[in-house]
Design a protein around this ligand. Structure first.
Ligand SMILES: [Ca+2]
Length: 154
């Protein structure tokens, strides 16, 4: 193949990597990383309340998962996300909520009802678990509101 200097990315339900060599001349080889994304989506928020739950909720989530959600608000609107509750392994499994790239909150352990506002119009959420101990996960809702209106009461 020659020189593979540029990073290339492949997405599939199953990926097999095979490395063949012949009988002469060796070189440095290659380096690759992979990420498993078992959940998440990108959606446009509306005036209708939508729900996001961790995989299997309210049954236990899985080890080693990394889920990402992106919720976009129409122009002039912002996204309100309300964590309804849940339970994550404290200090090892996290739900992180971002306003664009700014971290709004990092949740772990027992989750109590709380609301967060994405004023940028781009709400991002990431749910990451480590390799042991699973809990029930979380449930949250999101909805848009006009950028000028008061936050919804929690
Ligand atoms: Ca865990």
């Amino acid at each position: 193949m020659g020189n593979v200097s540029e990073a290339r990315q492949f997405t599939s339900r199953a990926i097999r990597v095979r490395f063949y060599t012949d009988g002469s001349i060796t070189n440095v080889g290659f380096y690759a990383t992979y990420k498993i994304s078992q959940c998440g989506f990108e959606a446009t928020a509306t005036n209708t309340l939508q729900t996001i739950e961790s995989p299997n909720y309210p049954r236990n989530y899985l080890n080693n998962i990394n889920c990402g959600w992106v919720v976009i608000a129409p122009t002039g609107r912002q996204v309100i996300v309300t964590v309804m509750g849940g339970f994550l392994e404290i200090n090892y499994d996290y739900l992180r909520i971002y306003d664009a790239s700014t971290l709004l909150t990092q949740l772990s352990g027992r989750l109590t009802r709380s609301s967060f506002t994405s004023t940028s119009g781009k709400l991002r959420m990431n749910f990451q678990t480590d390799g042991s101990v699973v809990k029930t996960g979380f449930r949250l809702t999101y909805v848009t509101q006009s950028s000028s209106s008061a936050p919804v009461p929690s």
